[in-house]
Structures are given as structure tokens and as C-alpha cells.
Write a protein that binds this ligand. Structure first.
Ligand SMILES: [Zn+2]
Length: 703
């Protein structure tokens, strides 16, 4: 999933195909006592990823619709496995049996106050000239994890379906019991919209794409430009992934083929009960236009050419959703290169492969780039190189339904992964020229540093372009953390992609990268190869760029002498989070004693400075130092997990219960303050204090 920046410059489409030089070699790099030898290896690596080959991978991967668990999805697994093997990776296709719904019937009819039919749909996605839209395997628009049912009700418009939007309706005494809530896509995760609607008593939800958010209001729609056309629909999961992601029947357990049914639980914990249906603005517009009741508040008006009203008078909607829930087989592809010095310390790099339809941008631009990273690693191996640590490349399945392939694999290998030194994610690899990244604070500087080594098709380096031109486009990686203005912006990890199980379930330091641009066809049939070559990357030079950056992440981490984690920045970030929570608690009148947690954070900051000096000197027992550095992140994991959502165990980062994509920092504390629960806040403050104490003494013990 992972909706990336919707901003960008269109300069690049005018560029002729140019040979983009591979790199600028740095003299010193944090984590290396002497970078000379590694610099040569990087130069060899960076020369390999090939724009044309990346384009060919993308074309093959997107030739057919390949939703998770379909035969076409299996074909893409075999293609990826073949490329992994050709590069010399020890490769296996790993199946899991997981609960997935496919739509049997999705229907919607809207009537005005006189019972006159306004619209009957959903209308099939169609524009003149799109090559892939008529394939019978294009799945009808539906929501993963939707309930089944047949309901009729009056319509209420709820803007983006944020908590504050629902509160605004409540303030205007608009009751949602038995109503069909019409919300627009944007801002928060769609599962959150349905979650709150269900809590407020709604009988069903229609989620539509307003042209203001990703349609003609932004620019020309496909097939003229990159934005969403009238009939374009955003499919997507409404799983409660902020409770737990993965197979809904096996939280915390891998759903391997031999897992007995008796080990599976009811999926209730992470699924809505009510039905939800995604629609286009073609189908939403007659409803919005006929809706009566109060006019909408400021900021709720979209780009359709009439005044919007809240309802509930004016329109009745009849929704039918029949979902075929089955346990279906999905396939991850895992390829390993064994490390020569620390074979048990894994560097994991992954991208999902399954798509709602063709998935040219989401996710197969990432897959095409990853395959060219693997190509580069393969060439190094042919030259006799072996990484110091084991590198594991992963092609995840069923990410779209709820991060399922990655979550099940992480649950299967949880013990081994407690030693994994990093997880590098790429979902939407390329939608345009704007590089962006999110990471744990310990890896923010790592990403900045390595993007200085990769050339940009726009000239100079990826780092320079990212820092100077495209900072604004990264604002979507929002969180409740204060902004950092001094450098290229690296966001915080919330959820919405496959880093979630690694970081938030077991504490593997993680990053997520991509290259964004104007992208209005997210999760529609129009996210296809034709759209990609016209709008995103006609000459595949951004695929090449991302192959270089992604591969370099794995390479530089795997070969480092000292793990290049920056705990000084991490500790500073945590101190900022604590200060912000303290202010918030004071404002909310929640009385709390912050002295112990401030003391613990201070200890961590001091230990981090000491560790940083050791890392820079590169002297002493590096094996033990690396161990301490790695275990510091694990120390931030709390076994018991967050209150009400024990699967999420990281004390510093979680997806917000009411945002879904965006991160909530020190979530246990902040969410307790938000709900004005002083008892729970005090308890969570002490959980955080203990975690910081553990982290500080782990780091302090470094030799
Ligand atoms: Zn995706």
C-alpha cells in the first residue's frame, strides 16, 4: 500500500535518456575504519543496475493482474525466484496459508427523497485508450477485510473520516446509527475511517476519491496526465492493522501450511464487521449532489462543482457486499547471500510483489529496482566478493491485504531476527523524481550519507536533490513528532508497509525509501506499465537510481566494521518526544511525574555519546561493540506490548490508532494522555522509563 508523496516536478519527462554516472566516492564513512577497499566494491556495485533491464522486469511483472494468491501472482514469484537464483542467491519460495476475501458481489444503488434512482454501480473503471482495463482478471473494486451484508440507509458525509471529522458531526447532533457514511480518501488509513464509523454506529461505509485530492483539481487525469480519472477507484484493505497486521487468524504465529486449524483464532480482532465499498467520484457525485441537510464546514468541500451537504436527508443508499473468505496460499520469495564473518547477523531488504491489479508503481517499480540491486550483488559475488553479514532479499506477498507475507515470515523467524541488524523496505519504488525516506533515528544519518554516493538523473547526487529541491514533498510522512529542519528530511515509521513487523513487533532497526511524484492512479487498474512509462519514469532512470540506493543500503550495512547506528540522534529524538508529551500532559491537565523518564533519557544520551566515540575510533572489541549497539534497539521493545494492542511492542514508534499510516511516537504515553487516562499514562511512563534504562545500560556496557 504505502501512499507516497503526491507532489512533484514534471521536469524529468522532458529529459532525453542520458547515461547517469553511478556515484561520487566518499573518503570516509561512519562504520568503517578504512573505507578504501569498500569504496572499490561500491563502485563495482553501482555500475551494475541497468535502466533498460529494470524496465524489462517491470514490463514482465506487470503484464497481467496479479493479486495475492492468484496463479498470476505465483508466476511473478517464479520470475523473481529465477532472477534471485541467476544472481547466485540461495533462493526459496515460502508459502503461507492465510485468510483472504475476494469479492463475489459488490453493488450500490442510490435513491433520492422521491425514490428516484440516482446511480446504480459501481461503474466499471474506464478511460479511452488504457490498454489493460478490459482484462477480465481485473478485480472489481472492493475492500480487503470488508464484511459481507445487505444494508440500506440514509447517507451522511464525513469528509476524510478523521476522528475530528466524526466529532464535528457529533457536535452538530448528526447521529450515525444505521447510516451509510460517505467519506473521501486521504489523510488517514482507510481502515481507520471504517473503524471509527463502526464505533459510531454506522451500518456501512462508502469511500470515494474526491478530484480535489488526486483528480482533475491537481492536474490532467489519465490518459492525458497522471491524475485519477472519473471512474478510477482506489481499492485497498480496511484491516485494523493498527491492532495487528498479518493473517487475521494467526496474530503472533506464522500461518505455515502445517499449522493446524486449532491454532487459528477468530479474525474479529483486526477486521470491521460492517461493510465498506470503495467507489469513484463518478459514482459518488450523484449522491453528494442530492444530499441535503446542513452545508459542510470549512475545509470539507471537495472539487465537485456544487455545494456539499452533510445529510442525512436527501439520499438513501442500498449496499450489497458478498465477500468470499477462504484460506488461500501466498508465496514469499526469499534469497540469501551468506555472510563470511557474521553469518547469523542478517541484513534484510524487502519489497512486496502482489498488486491490486497491475501494480506498475505500487509495488512493482520497487520490485524491478530490487531485482537490479540483486543483479549488482550477483556481479560482486561473481568477482569473488562475499558480504561480512548475511544479506537476505525478500519479495513479499499479500502486503496489500494487510502486510501479510512479511508479518508471517517475521513471526516464523522472530528468534533469528532478534539479531538482524537492519530491515530496508521499499514499497512504491518510483512514482516520480522526488526521493524520500523514513527511518528509525539511528539510521537517518546512514541514509543521508549513502545517498551522497549515488548520482541523481537530475544532476548532482540523490542527497543534494533531496535536500535542496524536494523537502516539501515529504511532509506526508507526518507524525506527532516535531519537525527537523536542518537537513534532508527523514520521516518516522508509522505503518502501511512491510517494515511494521520488523520494527514494531521485534525491534529491527528499519528504513523505508521511495521516489515520488504526481500519482493519481494508486490502487486502480490504471496503475499500469503504460501509465508508468508516460508519467513516472519513461527511461527507467529512477528505477536505476532506486536500485543503486536500495542495494547500497544492504551492501554498506552488511560490510560495516562497526554498525553505523547513530544513537546520539536517537536519544535526542526521544528527549524531544518526552518534552512534547510533557507539554501536552500539562495542557490536558493530566498530572504526571516526568522526572524519572527524563533522567533515563539523559542516561541514554550520555551512553550514546560514549558509544559514538567508540564507533568513530573503531578500536577495541568490535564484535562486542556491535552486539551492544544492536541490542540497544531490542531494549526499546516491551514484551507486553501496548495496552489494547499487545502485538505492537516498540515503546518509541507505533502506527496511530486513529491515523494508521502516520507514526505515533512514545505511543503508550501519548495515547494515554490523549484519552486523559492519568493512571494508564503513569504506568506507560514507567514502562518507557524501564525501556530507556535498559537501552542506556546495554549501550553503556559496550567495551
Ligand atoms: Zn504497496
Amino acid at each position: 500500500m504505502n501512499l507516497r508523496p503526491l507532489f512533484g516536478l514534471l521536469l524529468f519527462s522532458a529529459l532525453a535518456p542520458v547515461a547517469v554516472p553511478a556515484q561520487t566516492a566518499p573518503a570516509t564513512v561512519f562504520g568503517y575504519t578504512d573505507f578504501t577497499a569498500e569504496s572499490k566494491i561500491e563502485t563495482e556495485f553501482l555500475a551494475v543496475p541497468d535502466a533498460k533491464l529494470a524496465g524489462q522486469h517491470l514490463k514482465t511483472l506487470t503484464a497481467e493482474p496479479h493479486m495475492a494468491a492468484t496463479p498470476e501472482d505465483h508466476k511473478t514469484a517464479e520470475y523473481v525466484a529465477e532472477k534471485f537464483r541467476a544472481a547466485g542467491l540461495e533462493t526459496e519460495i515460502v508459502p503461507f496459508r492465510v485468510l483472504l476475501n475476494w469479492p463475489k458481489v459488490v453493488r450500490m444503488e442510490a435513491f433520492d427523497a422521491n425514490g428516484k434512482l440516482l446511480i446504480s454501480g459501481p461503474t466499471r473503471e474506464h478511460v479511452d485508450g488504457d490498454p489493460g482495463q478490459d482484462d477480465p482478471r481485473v478485480v472489481m473494486p472492493f475492500n480487503g477485510s470488508s464484511g459481507s451484508g445487505d444494508v440500506t440507509g440514509e447517507v451522511v458525509y464525513a469528509n476524510y473520516g478523521r476522528l475530528e471529522d466524526f466529532d464535528q458531526l457529533a457536535a452538530q447532533h448528526i447521529d450515525l446509527h444505521g447510516k451509510i457514511v460517505l467519506v473521501r480518501y486521504g489523510i488517514n488509513f482507510r481502515g481507520v475511517k471504517v473503524y471509527i464509523a463502526e464505533k459510531r454506529g454506522a451500518a456501512g461505509v462508502l469511500i470515494y476519491s474526491d478530484p480535489q485530492d488526486d483528480g482533475y483539481y491537481k492536474g490532467d487525469p489519465w490518459p492525458i496526465g497522471p491524475w485519477r480519472p472519473e471512474t478510477g477507484v482506489q481499492r485497498g484493505s480496511v484491516q485494523y492493522l493498527f491492532k495487528y497486521p498479518g493473517d487475521p487468524e494467526t496474530p503472533g504465529v506464522a500461518s505455515t501450511l502445517d499449522l493446524p486449524d486449532s491454532a487459528r483464532v477468530s479474525p474479529e480482532g483486526n477486521q470491521p464487521h460492517i461493510i465498506s465499498i470503495p467507489i469513484s467520484y463518478h459514482d459518488a457525485s450523484p449522491i453528494l449532489q442530492a444530499l441535503k441537510g446542513p452545508g459542510v464546514p470549512q475545509g470539507w468541500q471537495g472539487a465537485l462543482p456544487y455545494r456539499y451537504h452533510l445529510g442525512p436527508e436527501g439520499v438513501k443508499v442500498h449496499l450489497v457486499s458478498q465477500q468470499d473468505y477462504q484460506r488461500r496460499i501466498i508465496w514469499d520469495v526469499i534469497g540469501k547471500v551468506k555472510g563470511s564473518e557474521y553469518p547469523d547477523d542478517w541484513v534484510v531488504a524487502g519489497n512486496h510483489r502482489d498488486a491490486w491489479v497491475y501494480g506498475a508503481v505500487d509495488p512493482n517499480s520497487g520490485t524491478a529496482a530490487m531485482l537490479e540491486s540483486v543483479h549488482g550483488i550477483g556481479i560482486l559475488m561473481k568477482l569473488g566478493w562475499r558480504p561480512k553479514r548475511t544479506i537476505v532479499f525478500c519479495s513479499w506477498d499479500a502486503e496489500e491485504e494487510g502486510l501479510i507475507g512479511s508479518t508471517e515470515w517475521v513471526e516464523q523467524h522472530a528468534k533469528t531476527l532478534e539479531r538482524a541488524v537492519a530491515y530496508f523496505n521499499m514499497d512504491v519504488g518510483v512514482a516520480g523524481p522526488d526521493f524520500s525516506a523514513a527511518a528509525v533515528p539511528s539510521l537517518k544519518q546512514f541514509i543521508r550519507e549513502l545517498t551522497r554516493s549515488v548520482s541523481s538523473p537530475l544532476g548532482s547526487t540523490v542527497y543534494e536533490q533531496w535536500k535542496n529541491g524536494h523537502i516539501e514533498g515529504n511532509e506526508h510522512r507526518g507524525s506527532n513528532a516535531p519537525p527537523e529542519n536542518e537537513d534532508a528530511h527523514v520521516g518516522d515509521l508509522g505503518s502501511g508497509s512491510d517494515f511494521t513487523p520488523f520494527l514494531q513487533h521485534i525491534g529491527v532497526p528499519s528504513t523505508d525509501i521511495g521516489s515520488g511524484g504526481p500519482y493519481g492512479v494508486y490502487h486502480s487498474t490504471f496503475d499500469d506499465f503504460a501509465w508508468f512509462t508516460k508519467n513516472a519514469d519513461p527511461h527507467f532512470v529512477y528505477l536505476q537510481e532506486m536500485a543503486r540506493v536500495f542495494g547500497l543500503e544492504a551492501l554498506r550495512m552488511a560490510d560495516s566494521d562497526v554498525l553505523p547506528y547513530d544513537y546520539v540522534t536517537y536519544a535526542k529524538a526521544i528527549q524531544t518526544y518526552i518534552a512534547a508529551a510533557k507539554r501536552k500532559a500539562a495542557d490536558a491537565g493530566v498530572g504526571l511525574d516526568f522526572a524519572p523518564v527524563e533522567l533515563a533519557a539523559g542516561h541514554l544520551a550520555a551512553a550514546a555519546q560514549k558509544a559514538h566515540d567508540l564507533q568513530s575510533s573503531g578500536k577495541g572489541d568490535l564484535g562486542k561493540l556491535n552486539q551492544a549497539l544492536r541490542q540497544t534497539e531490542t531494549a526499546l521493545v516491551n514484551e507486553a506490548g501496548l495496552p489494547n494492542r499487545p502485538w505492537f511492542r516498540h515503546t518509541i514508534y507505533a502506527p496511530g490508532e486513529f491515523t494508521g499510516y502516520a507514526a505515533v511516537v512514545i505511543p503508550g504515553v501519548n495515547e494515554a494522555i490523549d484519552s486523559k487516562d492519568a493512571g494508564r499514562a503513569a504506568e506507560q511512563l514507567s514502562v518507557l522509563t524501564q525501556a530507556l534504562d535498559r537501552a542506556a545500560s546495554t549501550l553503556d556496557a559496550a567495551p
